[in-house]
Each structure stands twice: as structure tokens, then as C-alpha cells.
Design a protein around this ligand. Structure first.
Ligand code: BV8
Length: 243
């Protein structure tokens, strides 16, 4: 049974006061109040008939690189209209108020960094960065190359967004930094994620096994909700500001 949001926020504030190492995992929900559709919200316009899960895959890119590239261009255009919201700002403020703080995000929008959060772990990459699809190649997008997708100036392969597609491994640096943080985490706060995508969704049970307090901020129930010690069933902006 979830308590009244005000009671749950108070419980989380107390947990923050005694936490030695707080780890926050965010998902698309924290950017919802910046006007960005979440990953599983129905898409609009040209892309309404597509499911993101079907487009964010290496198979889709191999099958139709131009279409997948245009989907990311459409998302980047939406992102250019968005700015951090009070939820992002609150996590930036929190970073300097707890003894040790690690922010892991599944989001690819870079809004946490825009809000001033430092050392953000981008678990699924960043949509504003473009890399060569031939992984070790370091070719970059050349200004004026308007082909879709652009061609790598070093090896002529297609360039692609620097994000983790379904079936792809988490970037080594992000994975090792996350595991290091989770090893000493005593308070884990999941904000704005449906807790459905692994391995990110496995973090909470990993730290709960070490006795960490688990909190969730999400207006909707998720597979994590019944395992959380604190559940704030509200959109992130308001409780994060109060925290
Ligand atoms: C891997 C980047 C192996 C791309 C993304 C069966 C069982 C278990 C696992 C699997 C399985 N079959 C396949 C898998 C593995 C798969 C997976 O977990 N699939 C799921 C769907 C079952 N995982 C993978 O493939 C991962 N890789 O396993 O690789 C491997 C290992 C080694 C070597 C090689 C291979 C890779 C997963 C990463 C995929 N990439 N994004 C892009 O963005 O284009 S994931 C995608 O979903 C999003 O980017 C996001 O990162 C992630 C989670 O979504 P959410 O952020 O939670 O967003 P969502 O819309 O779902 O939910 C929003 C929530 O916000 C909602 O709950 C809503 O209530 C809430 N909300 C709304 N408004 C607000 C709010 N909350 C607060 N405030 C508000 N205002």
C-alpha cells in the first residue's frame, strides 16, 4: 500500500539525510515535464505508426538506415525545443547535499548535463553524439555532409547515433562506473522509468540484496513498485522540488 505522497516524500528526505551513498536512476519520465514524449508513449506525426522498440535496433538500421537516421533526426529536433525541468534541477541540487551521489540515466537526451549535473553516467548513450557504425573507427560527421545517414569520412561506413540499441551491450565505461557506484549504494532512487529494460531494471534488486533502501518516483506503478520501501506516486517535478 503506497502512503500519501507527502508522507513518502518525508520518508525519502529522512533517508537522504542518513544516506552515505545515494544512487539515482532516471528514465524518460523525468524528461516528460520538459515536453519530451517518453520512450513508450505513443509517437505522433510521421512516426505514429512505429514502435520505438522496433526502430532502436541494429536490425532496423541495417534494414533501412535512412529511415532510422530520420527518426533520430526527428527526435533531435524535438530535443532542441526542450530544456531541463524542476525534476532535473532538483537532482542537480541534490548532488551537493548528500555525502556521495551518483546519477545514472537511461535517457539519451543530455538534459541532466544541461541542468548542471556532473559525472552523469549515460547508460544508454546520447542521441546528440554521432559515431561510425564500424565501432573501432573514430570517424565523425563532417559539416555539410547532408546524406542520410552521413558517411564516415575515414572508412565510408554509415554513421549512427551514439546510443545503445536493443541487443547491444552497455558501454564498458558506463557499466563499470555503475557497478562501482551500486557496490556502495545505501539509497537507490528510481525516477521516471518503467523499470522494464535490462540490465538497468536489475539495479534495484541488486542493491536491495545489499540492504539498500529503494525509493521510486513515478505517477504509475511499475514492476519495481511492490519491491520499493518508498513509493512517491507523483510526476517527478513536484516531489523532487520538495526534496
Ligand atoms: C542487452 C536507447 C545484451 C536507444 C534504449 C527478455 C527479458 C529480459 C531482458 C530482455 C528480454 N529480451 C531482450 C532483453 C534485453 C533487452 C531488454 O531489456 N528488453 C526489454 C524490453 C524486455 N535489453 C537490451 O537489449 C539491452 N542490451 O541486454 O544486451 C548484450 C550484453 C552484452 C553484449 C551484447 C549484448 C540494451 C537496452 C537499451 C536499449 N536502448 N534506449 C534510443 O533511445 O533510441 S532503451 C529505452 O527504454 C529508453 O531509451 C530507455 O532508456 C529505456 C527505458 O525506458 P524508460 O526510460 O523507462 O521510458 P518508458 O517510456 O518505458 O517509461 C517512462 C516512465 O515514466 C513510465 O513508467 C511513466 O509512468 C513515467 N512517467 C511519465 N511521466 C512522468 C513519469 N515519471 C515521473 N514523472 C513524470 N512526469
Amino acid at each position: 500500500m503506497t502512503g500519501h505522497p507527502a508522507t513518502e516524500v518525508k520518508k525519502l528526505a529522512e533517508a537522504l539525510n542518513t544516506s552515505v551513498h545515494t544512487v539515482v536512476l532516471t528514465g524518460a519520465g523525468i524528461s516528460a515535464e520538459s515536453g519530451l514524449a517518453t520512450f513508450r508513449d505513443p509517437q505522433d506525426g510521421l512516426w505514429a505508426k512505429y514502435r520505438p522498440e522496433d526502430l532502436a535496433t541494429p536490425e532496423a538500421f541495417t534494414r533501412d538506415p535512412k529511415m532510422v537516421w530520420q527518426w533520430y533526426e526527428w527526435r533531435r529536433a524535438k530535443l532542441r525545443q526542450a530544456k531541463p525541468n524542476p525534476g532535473h534541477d532538483a537532482l542537480t541540487a541534490l548532488q551537493d547535499r548528500v555525502l556521495a551521489f551518483t546519477l545514472i540515466t537511461q535517457n539519451v537526451d543530455g538534459l541532466h548535463q544541461q541542468a548542471g549535473s556532473r559525472d552523469v553516467i549515460e547508460f544508454h548513450g546520447n542521441i546528440t553524439r554521432t559515431v561510425c557504425s564500424n565501432a573501432p573507427c573514430t570517424g565523425k560527421w563532417q559539416h555539410g555532409d547532408e546524406r542520410e545517414p552521413p558517411i564516415c569520412p575515414v572508412c565510408n561506413a554509415d554513421l549512427r547515433p551514439d546510443v545503445v540499441w536493443f541487443g547491444e551491450g552497455i558501454p564498458e565505461g558506463a557499466m563499470s562506473a555503475s557497478l562501482t557506484a551500486l557496490a556502495t549504494c545505501d539509497l537507490f532512487i528510481s525516477v521516471g522509468t518503467s523499470s522494464m529494460v535490462y540490465p538497468a531494471a536489475g539495479m534495484a534488486q541488486q542493491v536491495a540484496a545489499n540492504g539498500a533502501v529503494i525509493a521510486e518516483v513515478n505517477p504509475n506503478a511499475t514492476p519495481l513498485s511492490s519491491h520499493a520501501d518508498i513509493v512517491i506516486a507523483q510526476p517527478a517535478g513536484k516531489p523532487c522540488r520538495r526534496l
